[in-house]
Design a protein around this ligand. Structure first.
Ligand SMILES: Nc1ncnc2c1ncn2[C@@H]1O[C@H](COP(=O)(O)OP(=O)(O)OP(=O)(O)O)[C@@H](O)[C@H]1O
Ligand SMILES: [Mg+2]
Length: 250
């Protein structure tokens, strides 16, 4: 099941989410076009992870609409939501690997569940996916036996397993050394080029985001404080945007 090309991969309008008295998102509107990578930046606790979880239907909004691959996901039941989720690769902030499965089996899991590949084909695909993130030497290790950055790379391989049209990445490069972080950034660029993949990447790395994204969105106090290219944001006169960028370049 692939998009028909005219679908807008992600379209969010007036999205609102509160937890009790706390208003986390106060009416966010955001569109991600086919082949576009949008980086979402903002302060810790600002609602970036919540935004991604809403896009994948892991949390329900209090108001507004969220269209993913042409479907209003707020109106879908669980089986319909799972169909949409197959088209979306999701990398959680904590890589969230299955603790009792090896690296190899973690990446094989979505393939076993959702495809009819033979054991041999599946194994080949898992090796390719892990090679892309430089993790093909650690196939038999358990998640507890690899470092945090390595777990993240395995999570990325798993997110890509079903060849998704849409990728949602929550801090894919946090905690990685600068070389590996740049490699992950290059991987995102290649995926976009090769597959016209659309992505939302939450990150604290402004310079990384500049390298791999088409557009930056800066969340602040539940709203979008600024949106545009790196240069647009860097030349913004908004006090918060100026402050955010001045600290980012220290
Ligand atoms: N399930 C939940 N129940 C209650 N509050 C929540 C829940 N999930 C998130 N929050 C609150 O929503 C706010 C935004 O959280 P979120 O995880 O989206 O922040 P973030 O922007 O991703 O921060 P960071 O950069 O540190 O990852 C926080 O104040 C958090 O405590
Ligand atoms: Mg977060």
């Amino acid at each position: 099941m692939k998009g028909n090309g005219s679908e807008i991969p992600i379209q969010i309008a007036d999205l609102q989410k509160s937890f009790g008295e706390q208003k986390v998102l106060k009416g966010i509107s955001l569109q991600v076009k086919s082949g576009e990578t949008v980086a979402v930046l903002g302060r810790s606790g600002g609602g970036k992870s919540v935004l991604l979880k809403l896009i994948i239907g892991l949390q329900t909004p209090d108001g507004g609409s969220i269209q993913v691959a042409g479907k209003d996901i707020t109106k879908l039941d669980e089986p319909q939501l799972n169909e949409v989720r197959k088209r979306v690769g999701f990398l959680f902030q904590q890589a969230a690997l299955y603790d009792s499965l090896t690296v190899e089996d973690n990446v094989a899991f979505p393939l076993s569940r959702h495809t009819k590949l033979s054991n041999e084909e599946r194994s080949k695909r898992v090796h390719e996916l892990l090679a892309d993130v430089g993790m093909d030497r650690d196939l038999g290790k358990m998640p507890s036996e690899i470092s945090g950055g390595m777990q993240k790379r395995v999570g990325l391989a798993r997110a890509l397993a079903l060849d998704p049209e849409i990728l949602l990445f929550d801090e894919p490069t946090a905690g990685l050394d600068p070389i590996t972080a740049a490699e992950i950034g290059d991987l995102i660029i290649n995926l976009k080029r090769k597959r016209k993949m659309s992505a939302v990447v939450v990150t604290h790395d402004v310079h990384g985001a500049n390298a791999y994204s088409d557009r930056l969105v800066l969340l602040h106090e539940g709203s979008i404080a600024a949106e545009g290219s790196f240069d647009d944001l860097q030349s913004s006169q908004d006090e918060f945007v100026k402050q955010f960028f001045s600290y980012s370049s220290r």
